[in-house]
Design a protein around this ligand. Structure first.
Ligand code: MG
Length: 411
């Protein structure tokens, strides 16, 4: 994720080292995604609207999953959204979702109770609105850091506009002093036992947010520096603002990969992560999955990060007969380490036999699962070379792949 600094406050660095020093603390995340988003005006709940081709909820979930201090991430969803949620979060290592309640406060309570019922409840919890998709690690660091001294912590930005109170005729009645006014954001962080007790003892269901509830119970809630990019999507215009913000911080990269393996004795080939019975095998140091190898090189190419032979030298015995899924997992991990996202993988296999068509969907599903991608971001195509050349003579299989990735702009 790109680090977008708030222009409004000096950065309160450094926080990261302190957060890691407390890594013995377990931190769970609740993403509240049970609302109906009636002000948004889209086709469905706003948390499933897409930003740069990806649901808002998925942006938030990925941000937490990538943070080293986060132990688990659980979404609180509406009971009608199960299928939409499953599609939006395909491939992500999330805890099973919890069904929300009639209000936001009730939904958070349901999530907290689910965490409390675990064999080992967390030490701390971060509660986040799914409609705030652009969450950068610095905000999480600052919230967790503040929990060392306070029962709760909230990212916030100072109010910079002059505030007016208007009468019923839309004329100004008074100017409201803004010196000590802040705009609260999420994720809001809490010591788990404190926020659970405050929710259980809440006298009503109308608290504005969880910080309000905890502070009303007499505990200290600190403000830490928020981030303008943490904008809460309320209207379609908000989505457009975030699209523009993202476009200015990201660049698209394309990588190309090519690989060949020769046929040899055997009774199956492994292509695109799928075992296919055949009257020959493919020879190679690993499982000789020519398709996954080409995809790896496409991803490494987009990152300008060497090639598969550099990362997994054929001279190393460890890779003898290896499942090539681990090579693809490595390449995907290198993208994540750079704060990038794979937008699309496109693989073409060139062979006369075996016929790829009957196995195409299984290959797409396997590649999507390994790479943590939605199925519509993975293409597998097949062609022959019209009996020409080594593929035409059935001496081997060739594979071509293209990877499109989104990376933080380097300059
Ligand atoms: Mg190879």
């Amino acid at each position: 994720m790109p680090a977008i600094a708030s222009p409004l406050l000096p950065d309160r660095e450094p926080c990261y080292a302190a957060v890691m020093a407390k890594s013995s603390m377990t931190t769970a995340v609740l993403i509240v995604a049970a609302g109906r988003g009636s002000r948004f005006g889209g086709d469905g709940p706003k948390q499933y609207a897409t930003l740069a081709g990806q649901p808002l909820l998925r942006w938030a979930a990925e941000a937490f999953l990538a943070h080293p201090a986060v132990s688990s991430v659980c979404c609180v969803i509406h009971r009608d959204d199960g299928a939409t949620y499953a599609a939006a979060t395909a491939g992500l290592a999330l805890a099973a979702p919890v069904i929300g309640g009639a209000t936001r406060q009730a939904s958070v309570r349901h999530g907290l109770e689910a965490l409390a019922a675990l064999a080992e409840p967390p030490d701390q919890v971060l509660v986040h609105d799914a409609a705030r998709p652009l969450l950068f690690s610095g905000v999480i660091d600052r919230v967790l850091n503040a929990l060392a001294e306070h029962n709760g912590a909230v990212p916030a930005l100072p109010v910079v506009d002059t505030l007016k109170r208007a009468g019923s005729d839309q004329c100004i009645v008074a100017t409201v002093p803004r010196a000590d006014l802040w705009r609260a954001q999420t994720p809001q962080g809490f010591r788990f036992a404190d926020i659970l007790a405050a929710h259980r003892a809440a006298p009503h269901d109308d608290f504005t947010d969880d910080a309000d509830l905890l502070q009303a119970s007499g505990q200290s809630v600190a403000l830490v520096e928020g981030d303008e990019a943490l904008l809460k999507v309320t209207t379609a215009a908000d989505l457009s603002r975030l699209e523009a913000l993202l476009a200015g911080t990201r660049e698209m990269r394309t990588g190309f990969g090519y690989d060949v393996h020769a046929f040899g004795p055997g009774d199956h080939v492994t292509l695109g992560g799928v075992r296919i019975p055949h009257d020959k095998g493919l020879t190679g140091h690993s499982d000789a999955d020519v398709g996954l190898h080409a995809l790896c090189d496409a991803i490494y190419g987009a990152l300008a990060d060497g090639d598969i032979g550099h990362h997994f030298p054929p001279s190393e015995a460890a890779w003898r007969g290896a499942d090539s899924a681990q090579f693809l997992e490595h390449a995907v991990g290198r993208v994540a380490e750079r704060g990038g996202r794979i937008m699309h993988l496109d693989l073409t296999l060139v062979c006369e036999r075996p016929k790829v068509g009957p196995h195409r969907d299984a290959m797409r599903a396997r590649i999507a699962a390994i790479a943590g991608l939605a199925l519509d971001r993975v293409a597998v195509k097949a062609t022959t070379s019209e009996k020409l050349g080594f593929t035409g003579r059935e001496e081997g299989i060739a594979a071509h792949a293209v990877a499109t990735i989104s990376l933080q702009a380097s300059s």
